[in-house]
Write a protein that binds this ligand. Structure first.
Ligand code: AKG
Ligand code: FE2
Length: 143
């Protein structure tokens, strides 16, 4: 579901953006919050049912920006789950993140990644994509 369709969720997201999400992304990417534009935010539900376990390897938003991924569920309520970054030009190691409830993973959207499949219970995440023209100058994006 789209966060913008639910006023209470949108209010929560706007507050979190101001208090934590934007300051964190500013520090991580060396950008000013005013240079970032929240393009899309949605909630995803994964379960152990085949076809609902997670996303295969992909890039977000055509690699145009920055992605954040907040775990909404308590990790004790689902099995499996997490976000996986296969080896890329910068590292030979696969990296897997399995955050606690409320923790945020943020990354350049053009980095290839996938869900670690959920194998039981329900895993809810909030995923948002931000864009910024400055990412090009910083060398994250192709010209
Ligand atoms: O399951 C995950 O943590 C990955 C979610 C994701 O990459 C996305 O929604 O774009
Ligand atoms: Fe993604």
């Amino acid at each position: 579901m789209l966060v913008a369709d639910e006023p209470r969720l949108l209010e929560w997201l706007n507050r979190r953006c101001e208090e934590t999400i934007l300051p964190t992304l500013e520090a991580q990417f060396g950008l000013e919050a005013s240079e970032l534009w929240l393009y899309d935010t949605f909630i995803l539900k994964f379960s152990g049912t085949p076809g609902e376990r997670g996303l295969g390897i992909h890039v977000d938003d055509d690699g145009l920006g920055i992605s954040f991924n907040i775990l909404l569920s308590d990790p004790s309520t689902f099995e499996g789950g997490g976000t996986r970054f296969p080896p890329n030009a910068h590292t030979e190691d696969e990296v897997v993140y399995a955050p606690q409830r409320g923790q945020m993973l943020s990354h350049y959207g053009g980095l290839r990644h996938a869900s670690v499949p959920c194998t039981g219970g329900l895993r809810y995440i909030m995923v948002g994509f931000l864009r910024s023209r400055r990412l090009v100058q910083l060398g994250y994006l192709p010209e």
